[in-house]
Design a protein around this ligand. Structure first.
Ligand SMILES: NC(=O)C1=CN([C@@H]2O[C@H](COP(=O)(O)OP(=O)(O)OC[C@H]3O[C@@H](n4cnc5c(N)ncnc54)[C@H](O)[C@@H]3O)[C@@H](O)[C@H]2O)[C@H](O)CC1
Ligand SMILES: [K+]
Length: 539
């Protein structure tokens, strides 16, 4: 599902009104109606319910007046509090405020501190609060009286439905710089705002609902194709156009539908060769686990054939731990890491494989760095480069651009910091920007792991993931992801789609595992166990 900034959403509103002639007050009516529908669905019977609408001075408030009207018509007791001077209300919001007044309904002031005291009393008797204070027009920090209004709502313990954005959250960054509404549900319009799906926003957004308010699909997908093409894609397996249209340069939330769209079709008469061959080059003395995990994950991801090459010293260990995966020993140095003499056999094996997973547990000696560089420059098949495979190239990232086949880099924030010469805080402060910039600079798909993993492509398309949980920070979790992405590439997915689908399903496996095992006790092996379950759902 496409993600938009406040500015992009405003441009779509404009286009819907100017180019398609949909009056903006119709969009407001649709928006309000969808929120009213959700509120109605939360109660078996509205007639004995008291709903409070807290309206701001902009169009978010305007939506609130529409919600008030519909809920009143459906028999609810509705109290509208206006957190703005009435004379400041204009445009579509004023149209709906006037309708509310012509229905003989009151608007209670919510501007001064004694207003807030009255408001607190009303809150105690309310069954639900609709947050119509601020939407995409909000920037910065909640100020003055609104601080105590938002704190009163949050303290009331009443269920809250936020219109478009929980008030106090910035649409583009998902950051709450000050007090912010903690909503049970957020009904956002047309497309999710980028900030709503970022990890900092989760606690404020509650359950996110994306409501169609009749902005034409050609506008929301932003595709420059003619409308016919949009119609065709929307016919595809019942997808809405917005789902199956991926336009480069845009940002997307990774959803079930997208992953299903990318899923390699199995006709049923294939043999294991069709499901691709993964070559894993990983491990070193004391680091056999990373190699085994990566290979097992590749096997469990559905790849036809997985072969693991490890330094001779840990070959027996790998051999005993693995059954479905073939293993072979490689020349090693005195430290038990791969030696440069391993290059020829690795390239030979790679020539009979569809994808190379390189790096987990390799170690970070100079010889390893040299070997990784040699492999990458000679490689003819796509490569997923992870962990020590990344660490050894810190300061040598210009090599990425020189790699011929598709390259997927899967750094966690610390590895990204080493690769870019910044510190982890700087990475975490601009995850989307850095991932996008480096993907373009390195000509590679960059998977910047962490809460809200970002998958960036060289053509500036971004996929945001919101599956997964903190329990997955356990060691080995990254090895499993590397194996999954490699397995998907082996089965025919593009590097970008394999990375985005891999991140999504890896997170889902983690969520299922956490449901059974909690967060602290979660091990990477638990993710492996759940992989078949999530793949089965996808199939
Ligand atoms: N997306 C759509 O198709 C539709 C969206 N609608 C709704 O319109 C709002 C956006 O309305 P807008 O008038 O631009 O602003 P807001 O109502 O979000 O904000 C109100 C007002 O608040 C002021 N403001 C901004 N920051 C602060 C701050 N830190 N402190 C105090 N006040 C602040 C600013 O001046 C704004 O004017 C969108 O979210 C939807 O709910 C349409 O109704 C339907 C179509
Ligand atoms: K709001």
């Amino acid at each position: 599902m496409r993600l938009v900034t406040a500015q992009e959403m405003g441009a779509m509103d404009q286009k819907a009104s100017k180019e398609y002639g949909i009056p903006s007050v119709v969009l407001m009516e649709n928006a309000g109606l969808k929120v009213a529908d959700l509120v109605s669905a939360l109660f078996d019977n509205l007639t004995r319910r008291t709903i409070i609408i807290v309206a701001g001075k902009g169009n978010n408030g305007g939506d609130g007046f529409v919600v008030a009207r519909h809920l009143l018509n459906r028999g609810a007791e509705v109290q509208v509090f206006l957190a703005a001077e009435p004379e400041k209300i204009k445009g579509d919001a004023l149209i709906n405020l006037n309708i509310w007044r012509k229905m003989g309904q009151k608007v209670l002031p919510l501007l001064k501190s004694n207003d807030t005291n009255l408001f607190r009393l009303s809150l105690m008797k309310a069954d639900l609060v609709v947050d119509a204070l601020y939407g995409t027009g909000f920037t910065g920090t909640v100020r003055d009286q609104m601080v105590s209004v938002i704190e009163a709502i949050n303290a009331s313990g009443k269920p809250v439905v936020a219109i478009d954005i929980p008030s106090g959250l910035e649409a583009d960054t998902g950051k709450a710089n000050g007090p912010c509404i903690i909503a049970n549900h957020t009904v956002t319009f047309a497309l999710p705002k980028l900030g709503l799906v970022l990890p900092t926003a989760t606690k404020y957004v509650g359950e996110l609902h994306v409501a169609d308010i009749s902005i034409p699909a050609a506008v929301t997908t932003g595709s420059t194709e003619d409308k016919k093409k949009i119609t065709n894609s929307s016919k595809k397996e019942g997808y809405t156009a917005a789902e199956s249209e991926i336009t480069s340069g845009f940002r997307y939330l990774i959803t079930d539908r997208l992953v299903r769209d990318w899923w390699p079709r199995r006709t049923g008469d294939e043999h294991k060769g069709n499901f691709g061959r993964v070559l894993v080059i990983a491990g070193s003395r004391g680091m056999s686990g990373a190699a085994v995990m990566t290979a097992q994950a590749a096997a469990r991801s559905g790849a036809g054939l997985v072969t693991l090459g490890v330094p001779a010293g840990i070959h027996d260990i790998a051999e005993t731990k693995l059954t479905e995966v073939m293993t072979f020993p490689l020349p090693q140095n005195e430290r038990g890491a791969l030696s440069s003499a391993a290059l020829d056999e690795i390239m030979d094996r790679a020539s009979n494989s569809d994808v190379l997973a390189l790096g987990p547990g390799l170690g970070t000696g100079d010889e390893t760095a040299e070997l990784v560089k040699e492999i990458l420059l000679k490689l003819k098949i796509p490569c997923v480069l992870d962990a020590d495979g990344l660490n050894v190239l810190a300061g040598k990232t210009d090599i990425f651009k020189a790699v011929q086949p598709e390259l997927v880099l899967t750094p966690h924030p610390g590895e990204m910091a080493r690769l870019t010469g910044r510190n982890t805080d700087q990475i975490q402060n601009d995850r989307l920007g850095i991932a996008a910039a480096k993907a373009a600079q390195w000509g590679a798909v960059v998977v910047l792991k962490g809460a809200g993993t970002v998958v960036a492509s060289p053509d500036n398309t971004l996929f945001i993931n919101n599956t997964g949980n903190p329990g997955m920070a356990a060691g080995g979790s990254g090895d499993v992801l590397t194996g999954i992405i490699s397995g998907f590439i082996a089965q025919g997915m593009s590097a970008l789609h394999a990375a985005a689908a891999g991140v999504y399903l890896h997170g889902q496996a983690g969520d299922i595992a956490a449901r059974d095992k909690g967060l602290a006790g979660l091990l990477a092996g638990d993710l492996l166990e759940q992989l078949p379950t999530v793949l089965k759902i996808m199939e």
